[in-house]
Each structure stands twice: as C-alpha cells, then as structure tokens.
Design a protein around this ligand. Structure first.
Ligand SMILES: Cc1cc2nc3c(=O)[nH]c(=O)nc-3n(C[C@H](O)[C@H](O)[C@H](O)COP(=O)(O)OP(=O)(O)OC[C@H]3O[C@@H](n4cnc5c(N)ncnc54)[C@H](O)[C@@H]3O)c2cc1C
Length: 390
C-alpha cells in the first residue's frame, strides 16, 4: 500500500511514528499476535493517553471529538499503532454505542456519555445475544416493561464480552411482544451495570481465559431517559451498530502488523535446513494469504473513502467481517505452523505465553472470530442478498 501514499500521508505517518515512540509506554508495547495479551489496565492506560492527545475516536465527527483525519490517515494510524505493539482499544464505546448516540441519541445523552467514552471514564459492553437469540437476534426475549418513568427489565444476556470490567451495557429488550414483526417490538436501553437486579457471571472460553459472561437481569429498573431514540425502533439502531462492529472485527490494521510479524518469523525458522519463507509449500500458503490480505486492505480503504464519519457502512461491512476474520484465523494457523513445538500449550502454561505470543492460546481464541459479530454463514447470507442481489 506504500505505493498509494502521498507526501502528506508519509508526513502524517512520520508524525504518528514519533508520537508512538514518545507516548506509547515501553512496558505496554509488545510484539505479539493478538491484542488480548495486554491486560485490561494496560488497554485503559493507552485509551487515556490517546484521549488526552485527542486521537481516541478517529471515526467520530470532529464536533464530537473526532480527529478529522482522512480515511487513509485513519488507516495509517491504525496499522502503525498495531505495528508498534499498542493495545487494541475495545470497540464497545468508541465504535459501537458512541456512533449510535451521535446519530440517534438525545442531546442529553450525547452530553452525558460521549465525553466519558472519549476520556475512558466509562466502559461499555454489548448486551444483544441471549441463550436462544444469536444469529436470529430478533427472537430475543428479554422484556422491558414501561412503568411510569422507568422500564422494568427481566431476562438473560449471554456471551457479553468484558461485562466484568464495564460499568454500562447497551442492550436490546422487547417492549412490544404483540408487534406484527419481531423486529418491530424491540428497543435499545442503556443499563448501568451496578443497578440492583444485575448479576454478571463468567464464562470460560476454550483458551482458558475470561473474555465473556452471562448477564442476568431481574426486575432491573431503568430510567426512561436511558432509552435510545424511540421505543420499538431499536432494531434500526442495532443494524447501524452491527455494521460498525463488523468493520471493527475485520481488524485490517492488526492483520497487516501480524502478517509482517509472521513473515519475520518464517524467515527466522527453518525446515530441513531451508528457511520456512523459502519452503515452497509454506511460501505458497503465505503468498496466498498475503494476496487475500491485500485485496481486503484495498476493500477496506474503498469502504473508508465512501463513508463520511458517522455514516452507515451498510452491507459491505459483512463482507469485510467475513474476509477479515478468516484472514486473522489463517495468520494464526500459519504462525502455529511456523512456531512448531514452541506454540505448544505447555509453554503458555509455564511461561505465560510463547515468545512473541504465537501460541496455542491465541489460535484457540481465533476460532471465535468467525462466530462473534455475526457468524460467517450469516455474513454470507447478507452479502448474497444485499451486495450480490440474489
Ligand atoms: C467470544 C465471543 C464473544 C461474543 N461477544 C458478544 C458480546 O459482547 N455481545 C453480544 O451480544 N454477543 C456476543 N457474542 C455472541 C455472538 O454474536 C453469537 O455467538 C453469534 O451471533 C452466533 O449466535 P449463536 O452463538 O447463538 O449461534 P447460532 O445462531 O445458534 O448458530 C449456530 C450455527 O448455525 C449457523 N446458522 C445460524 N443461522 C443460520 C442461517 N440463517 N443460515 C446458515 N447458517 C446459520 C451459524 O452460522 C452457526 O454455525 C459473542 C460470541 C463469542 C463466541
């Protein structure tokens, strides 16, 4: 992509590199294969540093705290930060509920929540999925019943990432069970997680970590001014939010950094006396992966250039999510192959992670990439219908 950089882009890249060199604390910068190796505290510290610099929400409109960067500048920042080993900021406030409030929230909600998302004072999680409602999200059963100036919420959410750290959850509840379509009876509510009646229970994933939770809601009283937009219009806001979530999961800047790391690893390792990168079988897999990554990089830039800050990314986001999550899994698989025995789980258990982080731990969690934010099968259905017109 360097071929496409203008002189102004190169000057911006230098400015970003200088900032990363001076402001990214050495103890939280790392070469690794996935951002999950950073602790929550390190991620928050980096969030606050970026917040103070005014660089934490590049995709927000300038009047709400965005940077006013061009799409190319946003991409340069993202890939440079990932290459420098910066923590990947969680998307729930910055890329999911923030843009929804900017577009559909009341003036009071914007004034109350946006500055605290930027500063890192509030952390959000996403309460959409339920035990019986994942791909078929519109079948969700959690009820929100209006009583005077509050909603009384009862139900269960599941797979709620980082609910153990967050203090707020944006959630979908059923407010009109008699609506003609299931989508028409859903509203979006903002729920403080310290409300009486909220219980958060951990779920351990296959990598042994605690990323996700179950959230139980029992007679939780939510003030009506925490309804986003209009009652029973939550599905519209959720679709807009999911588009942004899918672009975030596509994670192009991180894949670029990890691909560079993978090539370095393949140059250092050898098989039967031949550097892995020169091994025809391994080299062919790497070349195939890089070609697919470059196609995704261009598609990502095309999408960024066609959507103004705060705009609707639409169904292209499903395509980016589908390809991006597959590419991230393929990077993890090749990294495991290149690492050989060093990727074995005992290294992770004994040493807290293999050198450079190319261990089984990351590979195991990468299985979830093609599930969360909408599974690959569901993404293919959306692309077939809304992009290809079948
Ligand atoms: C690690 C992780 C983190 C997550 N974080 C969050 C979070 O923070 N907040 C949140 O709300 N949710 C979260 N989720 C939930 C995630 O969005 C759902 O798991 C996902 O939407 C799939 O739903 P499901 O698990 O109910 O599977 P199901 O919907 O039951 O799907 C099961 C299988 O059937 C396939 N399938 C379903 N419908 C179709 C169809 N129409 N056509 C073809 N195939 C189909 C699916 O592709 C899948 O293979 C997370 C999930 C994981 C694994």
């Amino acid at each position: 992509m360097e071929l496409f950089y203008t002189d102004a882009d190169l000057a911006f890249r230098d400015e970003v590199r200088r900032f990363l060199k001076s402001d990214l604390p050495k103890d939280i910068s790392a070469t690794f294969f996935e951002y999950r190796r950073h602790s929550w505290e390190q991620m928050i510290e980096w969030h606050r540093i970026l917040g103070r610099k005014g660089w934490v929400a590049p995709n927000w409109p300038v009047e709400h705290g965005g940077t006013g960067w061009t799409p190319m500048q946003q991409y340069i920042f993202d890939s440079e930060a990932m290459q420098a080993g910066a923590p990947r900021l969680r998307p729930f406030g910055l890329k999911m509920i923030g843009p929804v409030l900017i577009r559909f929230g009341s003036e009071e909600q914007k004034a109350r929540f946006l500055p605290r998302i930027l500063s890192g004072e509030d952390y959000w999680c996403q309460g959409f999925s339920e035990p019986g409602a994942g791909s078929d999200l519109a079948s969700l059963k959690t009820r929100g019943v209006r009583e005077g100036d509050t909603y009384v919420v009862n139900g269960q959410k599941t797979w709620t990432t980082t609910a153990q750290h967050a203090n707020w959850m944006f959630t979908l509840v059923r407010t009109d069970p008699a609506a003609d379509r299931p989508q028409s009876g859903i509203s979006m509510l903002l729920i403080p997680l310290d409300s009486p009646g909220v219980t958060v229970r951990p779920i351990r994933t296959i990598d042994g970590d605690h990323h996700v939770n179950e959230v139980f809601l029992e007679d939780v009283r939510v003030p009506a001014d925490l309804l986003v937009g209009e009652e029973n219009k939550g599905w519209t806001y959720a679709k807009y939010l999911l588009g942004n979530e899918r672009v975030s999961i596509a994670n192009v800047g991180q894949s670029k950094a990890e691909l560079a790391l993978l090539k370095r690893l393949a140059a250092e390792r050898s098989r039967d006396g031949v550097a892995l990168i020169d091994d025809p079988v391994f080299g062919a897999k790497l070349a195939d992966l890089e070609a697919d990554f470059l196609a995704q990089e261009v598609t990502n830039l095309r999408m960024l250039s066609s959507v103004a800050p705060g705009g609707d990314v639409g169904a292209l986001s499903s395509f980016l999510k589908l390809r991006g999550s597959e590419i991230q899994q393929r990077i993890q698989e090749l990294a495991m192959e290149a690492a050989g025995t060093e990727a074995a789980p005992w290294q992770v258990l004994r040493e807290g992670g293999a050198k450079d982080g190319y261990g089984t731990h990351g590979w195991l969690f990468s299985r979830a990439f093609t599930i969360f934010g909408g599974s690959s099968e569901v993404m293919k259905n959306i692309v077939a219908k809304q992009v290809l017109g079948f």
